[in-house]
Design a protein around this ligand. Structure first.
Ligand code: HEM
Ligand SMILES: *[C@@H]1O[C@H](CO)[C@@H](O)[C@H](O)[C@H]1NC(C)=O
Ligand SMILES: *[C@@H]1O[C@H](CO)[C@@H](O)[C@H](O)[C@H]1NC(C)=O
Length: 536
Protein backbone atom coordinates (compact mmCIF):
# COMPACT_ATOMS: atom_id res chain seq x y z
CA UNK A 1 0.00 0.00 0.00
CA UNK A 2 2.76 2.41 1.06
CA UNK A 3 4.79 1.32 -1.90
CA UNK A 4 1.85 2.11 -4.14
CA UNK A 5 1.51 5.62 -2.81
CA UNK A 6 5.26 6.18 -3.07
CA UNK A 7 5.27 5.05 -6.68
CA UNK A 8 2.30 7.24 -7.39
CA UNK A 9 3.97 10.27 -5.85
CA UNK A 10 7.16 9.55 -7.78
CA UNK A 11 5.13 9.29 -10.96
CA UNK A 12 3.46 12.63 -10.33
CA UNK A 13 6.78 14.31 -9.55
CA UNK A 14 8.34 12.91 -12.72
CA UNK A 15 5.37 14.03 -14.78
CA UNK A 16 5.57 17.51 -13.31
CA UNK A 17 9.31 17.67 -13.99
CA UNK A 18 8.82 16.49 -17.55
CA UNK A 19 6.00 18.98 -18.06
CA UNK A 20 8.26 21.72 -16.73
CA UNK A 21 10.99 20.67 -19.13
CA UNK A 22 8.51 20.70 -22.00
CA UNK A 23 6.76 23.94 -21.10
CA UNK A 24 8.38 26.01 -23.84
CA UNK A 25 7.61 23.32 -26.39
CA UNK A 26 3.92 23.25 -25.47
CA UNK A 27 3.82 27.01 -25.51
CA UNK A 28 5.21 27.00 -29.05
CA UNK A 29 2.70 24.37 -30.17
CA UNK A 30 -0.05 26.53 -28.71
CA UNK A 31 1.31 29.73 -30.26
CA UNK A 32 1.56 28.20 -33.70
CA UNK A 33 -1.64 26.19 -34.00
CA UNK A 34 -3.69 26.74 -30.85
CA UNK A 35 -5.70 23.84 -29.41
CA UNK A 36 -5.55 21.99 -32.72
CA UNK A 37 -1.80 21.81 -32.44
CA UNK A 38 -2.10 20.25 -29.00
CA UNK A 39 -4.81 17.78 -29.95
CA UNK A 40 -2.94 16.67 -33.06
CA UNK A 41 0.20 15.63 -31.16
CA UNK A 42 -0.64 11.93 -30.62
CA UNK A 43 -1.63 11.63 -34.25
CA UNK A 44 1.64 13.22 -35.35
CA UNK A 45 3.66 10.91 -33.11
CA UNK A 46 1.87 7.95 -34.59
CA UNK A 47 2.47 9.10 -38.17
CA UNK A 48 6.11 9.74 -37.41
CA UNK A 49 6.62 6.33 -35.82
CA UNK A 50 5.13 4.30 -38.63
CA UNK A 51 6.87 6.22 -41.41
CA UNK A 52 10.36 6.50 -40.04
CA UNK A 53 12.34 5.36 -43.04
CA UNK A 54 13.99 7.34 -45.85
CA UNK A 55 12.05 5.26 -48.34
CA UNK A 56 8.69 6.56 -47.16
CA UNK A 57 9.18 9.72 -45.17
CA UNK A 58 9.17 12.24 -48.02
CA UNK A 59 6.18 10.67 -49.69
CA UNK A 60 4.19 10.63 -46.43
CA UNK A 61 5.12 14.18 -45.48
CA UNK A 62 4.01 15.29 -48.93
CA UNK A 63 0.75 13.45 -48.50
CA UNK A 64 -0.13 14.38 -44.92
CA UNK A 65 1.14 17.95 -44.66
CA UNK A 66 -1.94 19.46 -46.26
CA UNK A 67 -4.13 18.12 -43.45
CA UNK A 68 -2.32 20.24 -40.90
CA UNK A 69 -1.89 23.92 -40.31
CA UNK A 70 1.72 24.93 -40.95
CA UNK A 71 4.27 25.92 -39.64
CA UNK A 72 3.71 23.08 -37.28
CA UNK A 73 5.42 21.80 -34.16
CA UNK A 74 5.73 18.20 -32.95
CA UNK A 75 6.85 17.38 -29.45
CA UNK A 76 9.71 14.86 -29.31
CA UNK A 77 10.66 14.08 -25.72
CA UNK A 78 11.93 17.34 -24.31
CA UNK A 79 12.51 18.93 -27.70
CA UNK A 80 10.23 20.15 -30.36
CA UNK A 81 10.47 19.61 -34.09
CA UNK A 82 9.32 22.59 -36.12
CA UNK A 83 8.19 21.95 -39.67
CA UNK A 84 8.39 24.91 -42.05
CA UNK A 85 7.31 24.97 -45.69
CA UNK A 86 6.65 28.63 -46.41
CA UNK A 87 9.04 31.25 -47.83
CA UNK A 88 8.67 33.71 -44.94
CA UNK A 89 9.47 31.02 -42.40
CA UNK A 90 12.47 29.90 -44.46
CA UNK A 91 13.76 33.44 -44.71
CA UNK A 92 13.52 33.88 -40.97
CA UNK A 93 15.28 30.61 -40.11
CA UNK A 94 18.01 30.77 -42.75
CA UNK A 95 19.04 34.24 -41.63
CA UNK A 96 18.70 33.77 -37.87
CA UNK A 97 22.11 33.53 -36.18
CA UNK A 98 20.44 31.10 -33.73
CA UNK A 99 19.74 28.60 -36.53
CA UNK A 100 23.09 28.13 -38.23
CA UNK A 101 24.07 24.78 -36.74
CA UNK A 102 23.26 21.32 -38.00
CA UNK A 103 21.31 18.94 -35.76
CA UNK A 104 22.53 15.81 -34.04
CA UNK A 105 20.53 13.87 -36.64
CA UNK A 106 22.96 14.95 -39.33
CA UNK A 107 25.80 13.35 -37.41
CA UNK A 108 24.40 10.25 -39.09
CA UNK A 109 26.40 11.20 -42.18
CA UNK A 110 29.45 9.00 -42.48
CA UNK A 111 31.50 11.91 -43.69
CA UNK A 112 30.50 14.36 -41.01
CA UNK A 113 33.51 16.40 -40.10
CA UNK A 114 33.81 18.83 -42.96
CA UNK A 115 32.45 22.32 -43.49
CA UNK A 116 28.97 20.95 -44.15
CA UNK A 117 28.71 19.77 -40.54
CA UNK A 118 30.91 22.21 -38.64
CA UNK A 119 29.24 24.11 -35.79
CA UNK A 120 29.38 27.49 -34.12
CA UNK A 121 32.64 29.40 -34.23
CA UNK A 122 34.38 26.48 -35.87
CA UNK A 123 32.01 26.76 -38.84
CA UNK A 124 32.42 30.53 -39.11
CA UNK A 125 36.17 30.25 -39.21
CA UNK A 126 36.21 27.35 -41.66
CA UNK A 127 33.74 29.01 -43.99
CA UNK A 128 35.87 32.14 -44.07
CA UNK A 129 38.99 30.09 -44.75
CA UNK A 130 37.38 28.13 -47.58
CA UNK A 131 35.40 30.87 -49.32
CA UNK A 132 38.40 31.95 -51.47
CA UNK A 133 38.61 28.46 -52.98
CA UNK A 134 35.16 29.02 -54.51
CA UNK A 135 35.56 32.59 -55.65
CA UNK A 136 34.32 33.66 -59.06
CA UNK A 137 37.79 33.66 -60.61
CA UNK A 138 38.71 30.23 -59.36
CA UNK A 139 35.44 28.71 -60.46
CA UNK A 140 35.66 30.30 -63.91
CA UNK A 141 39.09 28.77 -64.31
CA UNK A 142 37.46 25.33 -64.07
CA UNK A 143 35.75 25.67 -67.45
CA UNK A 144 38.63 23.90 -69.21
CA UNK A 145 38.14 20.90 -66.96
CA UNK A 146 34.34 20.98 -67.37
CA UNK A 147 34.78 21.02 -71.13
CA UNK A 148 37.43 18.36 -71.53
CA UNK A 149 35.76 15.90 -69.18
CA UNK A 150 32.40 16.83 -70.75
CA UNK A 151 33.73 15.80 -74.16
CA UNK A 152 34.94 12.49 -72.80
CA UNK A 153 31.53 11.95 -71.27
CA UNK A 154 29.91 12.48 -74.67
CA UNK A 155 32.17 9.79 -76.11
CA UNK A 156 31.08 7.45 -73.34
CA UNK A 157 27.41 8.18 -73.88
CA UNK A 158 27.87 7.36 -77.55
CA UNK A 159 28.93 3.85 -76.55
CA UNK A 160 25.69 3.15 -74.71
CA UNK A 161 23.89 0.28 -76.41
CA UNK A 162 20.95 2.40 -77.46
CA UNK A 163 21.79 3.07 -81.04
CA UNK A 164 19.28 0.65 -82.48
CA UNK A 165 16.16 1.92 -80.87
CA UNK A 166 16.75 0.28 -77.52
CA UNK A 167 16.41 2.41 -74.44
CA UNK A 168 18.77 2.72 -71.47
CA UNK A 169 17.75 2.55 -67.86
CA UNK A 170 17.92 5.73 -65.84
CA UNK A 171 20.36 4.02 -63.49
CA UNK A 172 22.82 3.13 -66.27
CA UNK A 173 22.84 6.67 -67.60
CA UNK A 174 23.26 7.95 -64.06
CA UNK A 175 26.22 5.69 -63.47
CA UNK A 176 27.97 6.99 -66.57
CA UNK A 177 27.25 10.60 -65.79
CA UNK A 178 28.21 10.41 -62.13
CA UNK A 179 31.61 8.96 -62.99
CA UNK A 180 32.29 11.94 -65.23
CA UNK A 181 31.24 14.35 -62.49
CA UNK A 182 33.44 12.51 -59.99
CA UNK A 183 36.39 12.91 -62.33
CA UNK A 184 35.70 16.64 -62.47
CA UNK A 185 35.49 16.79 -58.68
CA UNK A 186 38.80 15.01 -58.23
CA UNK A 187 40.42 17.40 -60.69
CA UNK A 188 38.95 20.62 -59.37
CA UNK A 189 38.78 19.86 -55.66
CA UNK A 190 41.92 17.77 -55.27
CA UNK A 191 43.88 18.65 -58.40
CA UNK A 192 44.26 14.98 -59.21
CA UNK A 193 43.55 13.34 -62.57
CA UNK A 194 41.62 10.09 -62.58
CA UNK A 195 40.07 8.10 -65.37
CA UNK A 196 36.66 7.67 -63.81
CA UNK A 197 34.77 8.73 -66.92
CA UNK A 198 36.23 5.70 -68.70
CA UNK A 199 36.61 3.26 -65.88
CA UNK A 200 35.87 2.94 -62.18
CA UNK A 201 36.88 -0.60 -61.30
CA UNK A 202 36.83 0.03 -57.56
CA UNK A 203 33.33 1.47 -57.75
CA UNK A 204 34.36 4.66 -56.00
CA UNK A 205 31.43 6.64 -57.41
CA UNK A 206 29.00 3.96 -56.38
CA UNK A 207 30.48 3.73 -52.89
CA UNK A 208 30.00 7.43 -52.33
CA UNK A 209 26.39 7.19 -53.37
CA UNK A 210 25.73 4.12 -51.32
CA UNK A 211 27.29 5.69 -48.25
CA UNK A 212 25.01 8.67 -48.61
CA UNK A 213 21.99 6.36 -48.77
CA UNK A 214 23.05 4.56 -45.61
CA UNK A 215 23.63 7.96 -44.02
CA UNK A 216 20.00 8.80 -44.76
CA UNK A 217 18.91 5.82 -42.68
CA UNK A 218 21.06 6.97 -39.77
CA UNK A 219 19.63 10.47 -39.99
CA UNK A 220 16.02 9.37 -39.58
CA UNK A 221 16.95 6.61 -37.13
CA UNK A 222 19.58 8.35 -35.02
CA UNK A 223 20.04 5.40 -32.65
CA UNK A 224 21.86 3.66 -35.50
CA UNK A 225 24.59 6.25 -35.06
CA UNK A 226 25.79 4.14 -32.18
CA UNK A 227 28.21 1.62 -33.64
CA UNK A 228 26.99 -1.08 -31.30
CA UNK A 229 23.30 -0.66 -32.05
CA UNK A 230 23.96 -0.34 -35.76
CA UNK A 231 25.88 -3.59 -35.76
CA UNK A 232 23.20 -5.37 -33.74
CA UNK A 233 20.10 -4.05 -35.50
CA UNK A 234 21.26 -3.81 -39.10
CA UNK A 235 24.32 -6.07 -39.42
CA UNK A 236 24.31 -6.15 -43.21
CA UNK A 237 24.01 -2.40 -43.60
CA UNK A 238 26.70 -1.98 -40.99
CA UNK A 239 29.13 -4.26 -42.79
CA UNK A 240 28.44 -2.54 -46.07
CA UNK A 241 29.00 0.91 -44.63
CA UNK A 242 32.28 -0.13 -43.00
CA UNK A 243 33.51 -1.55 -46.28
CA UNK A 244 32.59 1.58 -48.22
CA UNK A 245 34.03 3.92 -45.60
CA UNK A 246 37.32 2.10 -45.71
CA UNK A 247 37.43 2.18 -49.48
CA UNK A 248 36.85 5.93 -49.62
CA UNK A 249 39.23 6.68 -46.78
CA UNK A 250 41.95 4.82 -48.64
CA UNK A 251 41.10 6.55 -51.88
CA UNK A 252 41.04 10.10 -50.57
CA UNK A 253 43.79 9.41 -48.06
CA UNK A 254 46.08 8.21 -50.84
CA UNK A 255 45.47 11.29 -52.92
CA UNK A 256 45.86 13.72 -50.04
CA UNK A 257 49.11 12.14 -48.88
CA UNK A 258 50.69 12.20 -52.33
CA UNK A 259 49.53 15.74 -52.98
CA UNK A 260 50.75 16.94 -49.65
CA UNK A 261 54.17 15.43 -50.17
CA UNK A 262 54.49 17.11 -53.56
CA UNK A 263 53.17 20.35 -52.18
CA UNK A 264 55.79 20.43 -49.47
CA UNK A 265 58.53 19.54 -51.95
CA UNK A 266 57.39 22.34 -54.21
CA UNK A 267 57.24 24.63 -51.25
CA UNK A 268 60.75 23.65 -50.21
CA UNK A 269 62.08 24.40 -53.68
CA UNK A 270 60.40 27.73 -53.09
CA UNK A 271 60.63 30.25 -55.87
CA UNK A 272 61.84 27.63 -58.30
CA UNK A 273 62.50 28.69 -61.84
CA UNK A 274 59.76 28.33 -64.41
CA UNK A 275 59.47 24.87 -65.87
CA UNK A 276 60.16 23.12 -62.62
CA UNK A 277 56.74 23.99 -61.37
CA UNK A 278 54.15 21.78 -62.99
CA UNK A 279 51.05 23.33 -61.47
CA UNK A 280 50.24 26.76 -62.72
CA UNK A 281 47.83 29.60 -62.15
CA UNK A 282 44.48 28.46 -60.87
CA UNK A 283 45.79 25.12 -59.73
CA UNK A 284 47.65 26.94 -57.01
CA UNK A 285 44.49 28.23 -55.45
CA UNK A 286 42.10 25.30 -55.63
CA UNK A 287 40.54 23.78 -52.56
CA UNK A 288 43.26 21.29 -51.67
CA UNK A 289 46.02 23.89 -52.04
CA UNK A 290 44.09 26.28 -49.81
CA UNK A 291 43.78 23.73 -47.07
CA UNK A 292 47.44 22.73 -47.36
CA UNK A 293 48.28 26.37 -46.85
CA UNK A 294 46.07 26.44 -43.76
CA UNK A 295 47.82 23.33 -42.47
CA UNK A 296 51.21 24.91 -43.06
CA UNK A 297 50.09 27.91 -41.01
CA UNK A 298 49.06 25.54 -38.24
CA UNK A 299 45.36 26.25 -38.67
CA UNK A 300 44.45 22.71 -39.61
CA UNK A 301 45.75 19.21 -38.90
CA UNK A 302 46.38 16.53 -41.51
CA UNK A 303 43.42 14.59 -40.16
CA UNK A 304 41.14 17.59 -40.59
CA UNK A 305 42.38 17.91 -44.15
CA UNK A 306 41.30 14.35 -44.82
CA UNK A 307 37.81 14.95 -43.47
CA UNK A 308 37.43 18.20 -45.31
CA UNK A 309 38.55 16.69 -48.63
CA UNK A 310 36.41 13.60 -48.15
CA UNK A 311 33.36 15.70 -47.43
CA UNK A 312 33.95 18.20 -50.23
CA UNK A 313 34.33 15.51 -52.90
CA UNK A 314 31.15 13.85 -51.69
CA UNK A 315 28.98 16.99 -51.70
CA UNK A 316 30.37 18.39 -54.91
CA UNK A 317 29.90 15.23 -56.88
CA UNK A 318 26.67 13.68 -55.62
CA UNK A 319 24.55 16.85 -55.76
CA UNK A 320 25.80 17.85 -59.18
CA UNK A 321 25.39 14.46 -60.85
CA UNK A 322 21.96 14.08 -59.33
CA UNK A 323 20.91 17.55 -60.49
CA UNK A 324 22.02 16.83 -64.05
CA UNK A 325 20.13 13.55 -64.08
CA UNK A 326 16.97 15.22 -62.81
CA UNK A 327 17.31 17.85 -65.52
CA UNK A 328 17.79 15.14 -68.15
CA UNK A 329 14.65 13.46 -66.94
CA UNK A 330 12.68 16.69 -67.36
CA UNK A 331 14.26 17.08 -70.77
CA UNK A 332 13.37 13.58 -71.93
CA UNK A 333 9.79 13.89 -70.78
CA UNK A 334 9.39 17.25 -72.59
CA UNK A 335 10.89 16.38 -75.90
CA UNK A 336 8.64 18.41 -78.13
CA UNK A 337 8.45 21.84 -76.59
CA UNK A 338 11.42 22.60 -74.47
CA UNK A 339 14.05 20.26 -75.89
CA UNK A 340 13.70 21.70 -79.39
CA UNK A 341 13.84 25.21 -78.06
CA UNK A 342 16.95 24.45 -76.04
CA UNK A 343 18.63 22.84 -79.03
CA UNK A 344 17.90 25.82 -81.22
CA UNK A 345 19.22 28.23 -78.63
CA UNK A 346 22.37 26.18 -78.15
CA UNK A 347 22.95 25.87 -81.90
CA UNK A 348 22.80 29.65 -82.21
CA UNK A 349 25.27 30.30 -79.41
CA UNK A 350 27.60 27.28 -79.63
CA UNK A 351 27.77 26.31 -83.31
CA UNK A 352 30.54 23.74 -82.88
CA UNK A 353 29.16 21.12 -80.51
CA UNK A 354 32.51 19.68 -79.57
CA UNK A 355 33.85 23.18 -79.05
CA UNK A 356 34.58 25.06 -75.89
CA UNK A 357 31.64 26.26 -73.82
CA UNK A 358 32.70 29.26 -71.79
CA UNK A 359 31.13 31.68 -69.38
CA UNK A 360 30.29 34.16 -72.19
CA UNK A 361 28.27 31.46 -73.94
CA UNK A 362 26.44 30.45 -70.79
CA UNK A 363 25.44 34.04 -70.21
CA UNK A 364 23.70 34.11 -73.58
CA UNK A 365 21.79 30.89 -72.98
CA UNK A 366 18.76 32.40 -71.29
CA UNK A 367 16.37 29.58 -71.93
CA UNK A 368 18.89 27.04 -70.66
CA UNK A 369 19.11 29.04 -67.46
CA UNK A 370 15.33 28.98 -67.06
CA UNK A 371 15.32 25.27 -67.86
CA UNK A 372 17.92 24.49 -65.20
CA UNK A 373 16.09 26.61 -62.61
CA UNK A 374 12.80 24.96 -63.40
CA UNK A 375 14.22 21.47 -63.02
CA UNK A 376 15.84 22.43 -59.71
CA UNK A 377 12.49 23.84 -58.62
CA UNK A 378 10.29 20.91 -59.55
CA UNK A 379 12.76 18.26 -58.43
CA UNK A 380 14.79 19.77 -55.62
CA UNK A 381 18.06 17.81 -55.43
CA UNK A 382 18.34 18.46 -51.70
CA UNK A 383 14.70 18.11 -50.65
CA UNK A 384 14.98 18.93 -46.96
CA UNK A 385 17.30 20.80 -44.64
CA UNK A 386 17.60 20.46 -40.90
CA UNK A 387 18.77 23.10 -38.45
CA UNK A 388 19.49 23.06 -34.75
CA UNK A 389 18.27 26.00 -32.66
CA UNK A 390 21.13 27.13 -30.45
CA UNK A 391 19.17 29.78 -28.48
CA UNK A 392 15.51 30.73 -28.13
CA UNK A 393 14.42 32.79 -31.10
CA UNK A 394 11.29 34.43 -32.45
CA UNK A 395 9.70 33.13 -35.63
CA UNK A 396 9.02 36.29 -37.59
CA UNK A 397 5.41 37.22 -38.18
CA UNK A 398 4.09 34.42 -35.97
CA UNK A 399 4.68 35.82 -32.54
CA UNK A 400 6.05 32.45 -31.53
CA UNK A 401 9.23 31.66 -29.63
CA UNK A 402 11.11 28.58 -30.79
CA UNK A 403 12.99 27.19 -27.79
CA UNK A 404 16.65 26.30 -27.67
CA UNK A 405 17.53 22.75 -28.86
CA UNK A 406 14.57 22.55 -31.20
CA UNK A 407 15.01 20.90 -34.58
CA UNK A 408 13.83 22.91 -37.55
CA UNK A 409 12.85 21.01 -40.69
CA UNK A 410 12.89 23.12 -43.83
CA UNK A 411 10.85 21.38 -46.50
CA UNK A 412 12.21 22.97 -49.66
CA UNK A 413 10.86 20.20 -51.83
CA UNK A 414 7.20 20.79 -51.02
CA UNK A 415 7.54 24.56 -50.88
CA UNK A 416 8.90 24.59 -54.41
CA UNK A 417 5.93 22.58 -55.65
CA UNK A 418 3.26 24.42 -53.71
CA UNK A 419 0.36 26.08 -55.54
CA UNK A 420 0.33 28.86 -52.95
CA UNK A 421 3.64 30.19 -54.24
CA UNK A 422 3.80 28.83 -57.76
CA UNK A 423 0.25 29.01 -59.01
CA UNK A 424 -2.12 26.36 -60.30
CA UNK A 425 0.50 24.74 -62.55
CA UNK A 426 3.02 24.38 -59.71
CA UNK A 427 3.46 20.65 -60.30
CA UNK A 428 4.04 21.04 -64.02
CA UNK A 429 7.37 21.52 -65.70
CA UNK A 430 7.34 24.95 -67.33
CA UNK A 431 10.67 26.80 -67.76
CA UNK A 432 8.79 29.77 -69.17
CA UNK A 433 7.84 30.88 -65.66
CA UNK A 434 11.44 31.84 -64.96
CA UNK A 435 11.74 33.82 -68.20
CA UNK A 436 8.58 35.75 -67.40
CA UNK A 437 9.97 36.54 -64.00
CA UNK A 438 13.20 37.89 -65.51
CA UNK A 439 11.23 40.11 -67.82
CA UNK A 440 9.41 41.54 -64.86
CA UNK A 441 12.68 42.51 -63.34
CA UNK A 442 13.80 44.49 -66.37
CA UNK A 443 14.57 48.03 -65.27
CA UNK A 444 12.34 50.86 -66.37
CA UNK A 445 9.32 48.67 -66.79
CA UNK A 446 6.36 49.79 -64.73
CA UNK A 447 3.23 47.66 -64.82
CA UNK A 448 0.20 49.48 -66.15
CA UNK A 449 -2.32 50.55 -63.59
CA UNK A 450 -5.35 48.37 -63.17
CA UNK A 451 -3.54 45.45 -64.79
CA UNK A 452 -4.48 42.32 -62.86
CA UNK A 453 -1.69 41.29 -60.56
CA UNK A 454 -0.04 38.35 -62.13
CA UNK A 455 0.91 35.32 -60.13
CA UNK A 456 4.63 35.98 -60.58
CA UNK A 457 4.32 39.39 -58.98
CA UNK A 458 3.48 37.70 -55.73
CA UNK A 459 6.46 35.41 -55.76
CA UNK A 460 8.60 35.56 -52.66
CA UNK A 461 12.36 35.49 -53.21
CA UNK A 462 12.65 32.63 -50.71
CA UNK A 463 10.16 30.43 -52.55
CA UNK A 464 13.01 29.07 -54.71
CA UNK A 465 15.90 27.69 -52.64
CA UNK A 466 17.71 24.86 -54.43
CA UNK A 467 21.03 25.98 -52.92
CA UNK A 468 19.53 27.16 -49.66
CA UNK A 469 20.16 30.78 -48.76
CA UNK A 470 21.20 33.05 -45.95
CA UNK A 471 24.38 32.69 -43.94
CA UNK A 472 24.90 29.01 -44.56
CA UNK A 473 23.98 28.64 -48.19
CA UNK A 474 25.77 26.37 -50.63
CA UNK A 475 29.40 27.36 -51.10
CA UNK A 476 29.48 25.63 -54.48
CA UNK A 477 26.43 27.30 -56.03
CA UNK A 478 28.28 28.86 -58.96
CA UNK A 479 30.41 25.79 -59.45
CA UNK A 480 27.30 23.60 -59.50
CA UNK A 481 25.40 25.77 -61.97
CA UNK A 482 28.37 26.10 -64.33
CA UNK A 483 29.17 22.43 -64.55
CA UNK A 484 25.50 21.54 -64.89
CA UNK A 485 25.11 23.90 -67.80
CA UNK A 486 28.32 22.93 -69.60
CA UNK A 487 27.42 19.24 -69.36
CA UNK A 488 23.83 19.84 -70.43
CA UNK A 489 24.88 21.93 -73.45
CA UNK A 490 27.12 19.10 -74.60
CA UNK A 491 24.52 16.43 -74.01
CA UNK A 492 21.70 18.31 -75.71
CA UNK A 493 23.83 19.27 -78.69
CA UNK A 494 24.85 15.66 -79.26
CA UNK A 495 21.87 13.57 -78.30
CA UNK A 496 18.13 13.46 -78.34
CA UNK A 497 16.51 12.31 -75.14
CA UNK A 498 13.11 10.79 -74.98
CA UNK A 499 11.10 8.99 -72.34
CA UNK A 500 7.51 7.83 -72.11
CA UNK A 501 7.62 8.13 -68.37
CA UNK A 502 5.44 10.79 -66.78
CA UNK A 503 6.84 13.01 -64.08
CA UNK A 504 3.59 12.77 -62.08
CA UNK A 505 4.29 9.08 -61.55
CA UNK A 506 7.56 9.63 -59.71
CA UNK A 507 7.69 8.16 -56.20
CA UNK A 508 10.01 10.33 -54.18
CA UNK A 509 12.59 9.09 -51.71
CA UNK A 510 14.59 11.29 -49.36
CA UNK A 511 18.03 9.70 -49.47
CA UNK A 512 19.75 12.97 -48.48
CA UNK A 513 19.50 13.81 -52.14
CA UNK A 514 16.29 13.18 -54.05
CA UNK A 515 15.81 9.63 -55.35
CA UNK A 516 12.92 7.67 -56.85
CA UNK A 517 11.47 4.47 -55.53
CA UNK A 518 10.28 3.49 -59.00
CA UNK A 519 13.54 4.41 -60.71
CA UNK A 520 13.56 1.06 -62.52
CA UNK A 521 10.44 2.07 -64.45
CA UNK A 522 12.24 5.00 -66.02
CA UNK A 523 13.82 4.30 -69.38
CA UNK A 524 15.53 6.82 -71.57
CA UNK A 525 15.87 6.60 -75.34
CA UNK A 526 19.11 8.38 -76.16
CA UNK A 527 19.74 8.90 -79.90
CA UNK A 528 22.69 10.66 -81.46
CA UNK A 529 21.26 13.92 -82.70
CA UNK A 530 22.70 14.00 -86.21
CA UNK A 531 21.61 10.48 -87.11
CA UNK A 532 17.99 11.13 -86.29
CA UNK A 533 18.10 14.40 -88.20
CA UNK A 534 19.35 12.66 -91.31
CA UNK A 535 16.65 10.00 -91.13
CA UNK A 536 13.91 12.55 -90.51
C1 HEM B 1 23.70 21.60 -58.25
C2 HEM B 1 24.34 21.19 -57.26
C3 HEM B 1 24.20 21.57 -55.80
C4 HEM B 1 23.08 21.69 -55.02
C5 HEM B 1 21.63 21.52 -55.44
C6 HEM B 1 23.54 22.05 -53.70
C7 HEM B 1 22.70 22.30 -52.61
C8 HEM B 1 23.14 22.66 -51.35
C9 HEM B 1 22.27 22.98 -50.25
C10 HEM B 1 20.75 22.98 -50.30
C11 HEM B 1 23.05 23.28 -49.18
C12 HEM B 1 22.59 23.69 -47.79
C13 HEM B 1 22.57 22.52 -46.87
C14 HEM B 1 22.01 22.85 -45.52
O1 HEM B 1 21.76 24.00 -45.20
O2 HEM B 1 21.77 21.89 -44.77
C15 HEM B 1 24.43 23.14 -49.61
C16 HEM B 1 25.53 23.34 -48.80
C17 HEM B 1 26.82 23.12 -49.21
N1 HEM B 1 27.25 22.81 -50.49
FE1 HEM B 1 26.08 22.55 -52.09
N2 HEM B 1 24.90 22.10 -53.70
C18 HEM B 1 25.34 21.83 -54.96
C19 HEM B 1 26.64 21.80 -55.41
C20 HEM B 1 27.74 21.95 -54.60
C21 HEM B 1 29.09 21.91 -55.05
C22 HEM B 1 29.52 21.72 -56.50
C23 HEM B 1 29.88 22.06 -53.95
C24 HEM B 1 31.38 22.11 -53.82
C25 HEM B 1 32.21 22.23 -54.77
C26 HEM B 1 29.01 22.21 -52.80
C27 HEM B 1 29.44 22.38 -51.51
C28 HEM B 1 28.61 22.67 -50.45
C29 HEM B 1 29.10 22.90 -49.10
C30 HEM B 1 30.54 22.82 -48.63
C31 HEM B 1 27.98 23.19 -48.32
C32 HEM B 1 27.97 23.51 -46.83
C33 HEM B 1 28.14 24.98 -46.63
C34 HEM B 1 28.17 25.38 -45.20
O3 HEM B 1 27.62 24.66 -44.35
O4 HEM B 1 28.74 26.43 -44.91
N3 HEM B 1 27.72 22.14 -53.23
N4 HEM B 1 24.45 22.76 -50.94
C1 LIG C 1 44.48 7.11 -67.20
O1 LIG C 1 44.70 6.51 -68.46
C2 LIG C 1 45.92 6.87 -69.07
C3 LIG C 1 45.98 6.24 -70.43
O2 LIG C 1 44.80 5.67 -70.81
C4 LIG C 1 47.08 6.41 -68.20
O3 LIG C 1 48.30 6.82 -68.78
C5 LIG C 1 46.95 7.02 -66.83
O4 LIG C 1 47.94 6.53 -65.98
C6 LIG C 1 45.58 6.73 -66.23
N1 LIG C 1 45.47 7.45 -65.01
C7 LIG C 1 45.03 6.93 -63.89
C8 LIG C 1 44.99 7.82 -62.71
O5 LIG C 1 44.66 5.78 -63.80
C1 LIG D 1 17.47 4.84 -50.33
O1 LIG D 1 18.26 4.38 -49.26
C2 LIG D 1 17.79 3.19 -48.68
C3 LIG D 1 18.61 2.90 -47.46
O2 LIG D 1 19.95 2.67 -47.75
C4 LIG D 1 17.86 2.06 -49.71
O3 LIG D 1 17.35 0.88 -49.15
C5 LIG D 1 17.04 2.47 -50.92
O4 LIG D 1 17.20 1.50 -51.93
C6 LIG D 1 17.41 3.83 -51.44
N1 LIG D 1 16.40 4.18 -52.40
C7 LIG D 1 16.69 4.64 -53.62
C8 LIG D 1 15.52 4.86 -54.50
O5 LIG D 1 17.80 4.88 -53.99
Amino acid sequence: MHLCVALWVCGVILAVLLGWQQRKCWRLIWQLNGWRGVVHQPLLWFLLCINLHPNSILEKVTYFRVFFQRPMAVLLGTRVLVYIDDPAGMECVLNAPECQDKTFLQDGFFVNRGLLHARGQQWKLRRKQLNPAFSHNIVTSFFDVFNSVGNQMIEQFATLPQLHGKSVSFTDAEDMLSRAVLEVSCLTIMGTPTNFTQIDDDHIAHSYKRLLEISAVRVVKPWLQSDLLHRLLEPELYAESKKNCQLLEDFVGGIVKTKHRNWRLRDAVGAAGPGEDTSSGWQRRIFIEQIFQLAANGEMTLEEIMHEAQSMVLVSFETVSNSIMLALLCLATHKGDCQERLRAEIAAVVPDTSGHVGLEQLQQLRYLDAFVSESLRLLATVPMNLRHVSRDFRLAGRDAIVPQNSIVVLDTFNMQRDERWWGANAKQFDPQRFLDQDQDQQPGETPARGEPRRQRDRRHSYSFLPFSNGLRSCIGRRYGLFIMKVFLVKLIANFEFQSDFQLEKLQFVENISLKFKNVDDIRLAIQPYRVSQASA
